[in-house]
Design a protein around this ligand. Structure first.
Ligand code: SAM
Length: 324
């Protein structure tokens, strides 16, 4: 796949919210090919095991589905382009402009630390690499891209990354974080930190832990920073946004928040622009509004208490229905 194709692919995946696997991406192809090799071995005299037969059938089904999906997708895009042309929407038909890091007016450095490769399953590694490529696409589409680094990038995740992408405008390094940067430049980002990130500084490098673990390793990046004596900070989510879910974000979301912040230095706007709706971000009430809300709460509680005395247990049952 050429870089341009890979980029369009990533951008489309990111925009559609579809995973590469849903789009029939190369990882599945790779798996299918590995299975294919096994089949060939089987065809060369060795009898196929039940597992091999099942995998071969699945591969055939997968290849068939992929072919059909591609035809449908091609038709859909064709129709979309045709409609755009008919509407005279030539601007939207143009390919998104890409911007190089070297030409960028933004010199803020952001680095993904891939030191956790051995703690992830294959599926998690793929997901992590996919997040890297979403971040890459966002950076390329930005008018002023961040200086994007990936360190400790070797082992399985690197193999997977190299197998499907030819992204070039990114600094990839197999060395450790403190071999690429000096200790005093490092600010490790972690939702567990007590320090709040208020602004971005060109003399620092903001590090995102390259980890997809469904929070199995809670606080791991924070511990790594503390052990190494590096500075650490959390994003100022609490200061601007009320979240319904936990405040641990994915690698690409953290990257995109930093990228968005560099545009207008507005954290609130960056959070609302990037944090997905399903995470339930809501505007944080200002001090004055908070007081009004507290007063309203008091009134509600007083009214509730009144209802409870008149309606008995009914009120309690209603409250129990809330999801925890
Ligand atoms: C999915 S999280 C990793 C969670 C992992 N269990 C941990 O606690 O380190 C991926 C990375 O995104 C960054 N991150 C996620 N949410 C953050 C937040 N609210 N503030 C700062 N960094 C955050 C951190 O660098 C983190 O290592």
């Amino acid at each position: 796949m050429s870089e341009a194709e890979a980029e369009v692919n990533h951008a489309e995946n990111a925009e559609n919210g579809t995973s590469p696997s849903e789009n029939g991406n190369e990882d599945e192809v790779k798996e299918a090919e590995t299975d294919k090799d096994k089949d060939v071995q089987a065809e060369e005299g060795k009898p196929m095991s039940k597992n091999q037969i099942r995998k071969a059938r699945n591969r055939e089904k997968y290849l068939e589905r992929r072919k059909e999906k591609r035809v449908v997708e091609k038709e859909r895009k064709k129709a979309k382009r045709k409609a755009m042309r008919e509407e005279g929407n030539t601007e939207a038909l143009k390919k998104p402009k890409v911007h190089m890091m070297a030409d960028s007016s933004c010199k803020i450095r952001v680095c993904v630390d891939m030191a956790f490769d051995d703690l992830m399953s294959d599926k998690e590694r793929r997901s992590c690499v996919q997040q890297l490529s979403f971040a890459y696409s966002a950076n390329r589409r930005a008018d002023a891209p961040l200086q994007f680094y990936v360190v400790n990038f070797r082992d399985e995740s690197r193999k997977f990354y190299d197998s499907f992408t030819t992204n070039q405008d990114i600094f990839l390094d197999t060395r450790d974080l403190n071999e690429t940067f000096t200790d005093d430049q490092i600010v490790y980002l972690s939702s567990e930190s007590d320090n709040v990130l208020t602004e971005l500084d060109e003399s620092k490098v903001y590090v995102i832990g390259g980890l997809v673990d469904y929070n199995r390793h809670k606080g791991l990046c924070h511990s790594r920073a503390v052990q190494k004596g590096w500075k650490h900070a959390r994003l100022p989510i609490d200061e601007f946004v009320q979240m319904k879910t936990r405040k641990v974000l994915t690698v690409n979301h953290v990257f995109e928040i930093l990228l968005q912040y560099t545009i207008d230095q507005d954290w609130e706007r960056a959070f609302f622009h990037v944090i997905p709706k399903r995470k339930g971000p809501e505007k944080k009430a200002l001090e004055g509004e908070k007081k009004d809300e507290e007063d309203e709460d008091k009134t509600d509680k007083a009214e509730g208490a009144e209802e409870e005395t008149t309606e008995g247990t009914e009120t309690v049952k209603q409250e129990d229905k809330g999801d925890c």
